[in-house]
Design a protein around this ligand. Structure first.
Ligand code: PLP
Length: 361
């Protein structure tokens, strides 16, 4: 051991040392159903047009710092209320980080529900906040409203995240329960609609009503994961403060232009997400037909399913041996024991997954 080792322990913040780095497995050569990506590529003609657009760019210049053209495209494509401001992030993960940095004061709480999206906890802790996760109901992963309200009363969270639909469970929470939480929260409430393309439910039109309600979305799950673009919608005074924590030029030239291009051809992505919704229904039905599998309903582009007691790791390995990568969730939270999550893929990928699963079971 060199002298350097002791200094890592001495100087790295204890909260950071206690965390585990976000793990991304190697998916080369596998049917990749672990990360909620849209499996469809673009038609060749569209790829051609896109490369023409890219040819016209000059990478020697910094991007438009406010990405005004892209913000305009997003406003039109998603009918963002005119009264609302829009703030862009390098993925919505970056927006979560900006929100946490804006509100973090030692001793303040970031509150969410568990099992939920892990980045809320991680980025809250990075920013120096305390994290409180209120456990969902074990039967159906719905909100435990009295427990959330009690936690709000007790911890007075500066920042509260609710994913709608929730990841990794796939369900929508009761809109009435969300309403009560929003009304009771003393600080900022962010409804994370990463899976908006796969559900008809949304709070987008209600951003800013009440004033502490923001809505966050991403283009990742809809088919542009490689671009890294998230957007936050809400009242200009809130977003103006959060914008101060943004790194200059956080949305690069290629992302600005490519996302605006994709939104001009939104019907292509819409056809793809509609096909994923159809596939999701079929996959759910097929999973429910398997002995020893309990599949949960989903309003997102993935399905959570539970296998026999103590079997999840073996099923995960069995799928991997047959060339299919899903997400093993057993061990991530007590409510997820024996659980795995599969992203809805192309119909042939889903078929490959199902036959591998039958064999692995
Ligand atoms: C995937 C996901 C995100 C992050 O999306 P990026 O824009 O790719 O950073 C945010 N929230 C939830 C609930 C997600 O599942």
């Amino acid at each position: 051991m060199g002298a350097g080792d002791a200094r890592v322990e001495q100087w790295v913040r204890p909260e950071v040392r206690a965390l585990r780095a976000y793990q991304v497995p190697d998916a080369r050569g596998l049917v990749k159903l672990d990360a909620m990506e849209n499996p469809f590529t673009w038609p060749e003609a569209l790829r051609q047009q896109w490369s023409e657009v890219l040819r016209g760019l000059h990478l020697n210049r910094y991007p438009d710092p406010r990405a005004e053209e892209l913000v305009g495209s997003l406003r039109t494509a998603f009918a963002i209320p005119e009264r609302s401001a829009v703030l862009l992030g390098n993925g919505s993960d970056e927006l979560i980080q900006m929100l946490a940095i804006t509100l973090a004061v030692p001793g303040r709480t970031l509150l969410s529900v568990d099992p939920g999206f892990v980045m809320y906890r991680m980025l809250g802790i990075f920013a120096g906040m305390d994290y409180v996760g209120v456990t969902l109901r074990a039967e159906d992963f719905s909100l435990n409203l009295p427990a959330v309200l009690t936690a709000i009363e007790r911890h007075r969270p500066a920042l509260l995240f609710l994913a709608y639909p929730n990841n990794p469970t796939g369900n929508l929470f009761s809109a009435g329960d969300m309403e009560e939480i929003i009304q009771s929260a003393p600080g900022l409430v962010v409804v994370d609609e990463a899976y908006a393309p796969f559900t008809d439910a949304s709070f987008l039109q209600r951003a800013g009503v009440p004033h502490n309600l923001l809505v966050m979305r991403t283009l990742s799950k809809m088919g542009l994961a490689g671009l890294r673009l998230g957007y936050l919608v809400g009242p200009p005074d809130w977003l103006g403060e959060i914008d101060k924590t943004r790194l200059p030029y956080n949305i690069n030239v290629l992302t600005q232009v490519s996302a605006a291009f994709a939104l001009r051809h939104a019907e292509v992505l819409e056809r793809q997400t509609a096909a994923i919704r159809t596939e999701r229904a079929r996959l759910l039905e097929d999973l429910r037909g398997l002995d020893g599998v309990r599949a949960y309903p989903s309003e997102a582009n993935f399905i959570l399913f539970r296998v026999g007691t103590g079997r999840a790791r073996a099923v995960f390995d069995g799928l991997l041996q047959r060339g299919v990568l899903v997400k093993l969730l057993d061990g991530a939270h007590p409510l997820l024991c024996d659980c795995l999550r599969v992203t809805v893929g192309l119909s042939e990928e889903n078929a490959a997954f199902l036959s591998a699963l039958r064999a692995a079971l």
